[in-house]
Design a protein around this ligand. Structure first.
Ligand SMILES: Nc1ncnc2c1ncn2[C@@H]1O[C@H](COP(=O)(O)OP(=O)(O)O)[C@@H](O)[C@H]1O
Ligand SMILES: [Mg+2]
Length: 313
């Protein structure tokens, strides 16, 4: 299957008249892993919430989110599965694991059975699939599990509605490095096995590089560059992408904070002027960069917004 599962067009999101995500175009190709990367505060989670139809009601939204293959709007929890940084945000502390997974099945995949008790088998199978012994853990409670196991449960719950799109927002950020690797492996195999489209949201380019087919780089609420993984890593066209690669994929360097060597920080929402938001930190910035947001060059899935980028190869 090819084509886009979702097409985001001219999406702008803001609060009280201040835009925090501006005019973004993103395609999520069907059955592929797209990584949305950017520093904390760049608007990644808000973009995900917009996709899932879960924005807070005070958010101001314009633009379109289209699902070309669908006739009715997708439902979060069913058509769109969500996994967050903190698995406890998806888990109820005093309900058993089995009850919680079965509850999602009863709600979204009832097959005439709306009682969670009728979905124990399904819950067990899902838990087994995410690497947790379903038979023994149905009756366990979240506090009995490690962070990595809770995240596996959260993934099982996100899969329970049989989603077309799985959105994983910083799914491994709270986990130790070894557990991170295992969760990434799990997302990868499950994505393939179910032909899911996966939107991986992360501040960690190294993590994205392990998993993604395509990368979208967000900075201060703007898409700076997008492209297939290899093209983007081998031939970054935006100085920000190049900076990310230099600071996070350098071999032998411990992976700590993402941008120790790009001086400066994200502009605050509202602080932005007309130019490129990266200009104050950009080694190549010239006059046009400070005055005018560059137009997008290339296609939505493979292009760049930079005055200094070469014309598309
Ligand atoms: N409910 C809200 N009300 C006001 N501002 C918000 C709200 N949620 C997010 N923001 C603003 O949007 C910016 C981007 O947020 P977010 O999407 O969470 O960034 P990221 O996930 O990339 O770290 C935040 O820095 C914050 O200023
Ligand atoms: Mg976030």
């Amino acid at each position: 299957m090819s084509g886009s599962l979702v097409e985001i067009r001219k999406l702008t999101l803001g609060f009280a008249g201040v835009a925090v995500v501006r005019d973004i175009d993103i395609d999520l190709p069907a059955g592929k892993v797209t990584a949305l990367i950017g520093e904390s505060g760049s608007g990644k989670s808000l973009t995900a919430l917009a996709l899932a139809g879960l924005l807070p009601k005070e958010a101001e939204v314009s633009g379109d989110i289209r699902w070309p293959g669908r006739t009715e709007a997708p439902q979060a929890g069913r058509d769109i599965g969500l996994v967050f940084q903190d698995p406890m945000s998806s888990l109820h502390p005093i309900l058993s694991i089995g009850e919680q997974v079965a509850e999602v099945l009863a709600t979204h995949r009832p097959n005439g059975k709306r009682r969670w008790q009728d979905h124990r088998e399904g819950a067990r199978a899902l838990l087994d699939r995410v690497g947790i012994d379903g038979a023994t853990s149905l009756a366990a409670y979240p506090h009995q599990f490690s962070g990595g196991m809770r995240q596996r449960v959260a993934i099982a719950m996100a899969l329970a509605g049989d989603p077309e799109l799985l959105i994983a927002d910083e799914p491994t950020t709270a986990l130790d490095v070894r557990t991170q690797g295992r969760i990434v492996e799990l997302l990868k195999t499950i994505g393939r096995e179910r032909s899911l489209s996966l939107l991986l949201i992360t501040h960690d380019l190294a993590l994205a590089a392990q998993l993604a087919d395509c990368i979208v780089v967000l900075y201060a609420g703007r898409v700076m560059e997008a492209g297939p993984l290899r093209r983007l890593l081998d031939n970054p066209r935006h100085p920000y992408t190049a900076g990310l690669i230099a600071t996070s994929l350098d071999l032998g360097r411990p992976r700590t904070d993402l941008l120790p060597e790009i001086p400066g920080s994200l502009p605050q929402p509202g602080e932005q002027r007309d130019g490129c938001p990266f200009a104050p930190r950009c080694p190549k910035a010239g006059l046009p960069c400070r005055e005018m947001m560059p137009v997008w060059r290339g296609t939505i899935g493979d292009g760049v917004a930079c005055h200094n980028a070469e014309a598309a190869a």
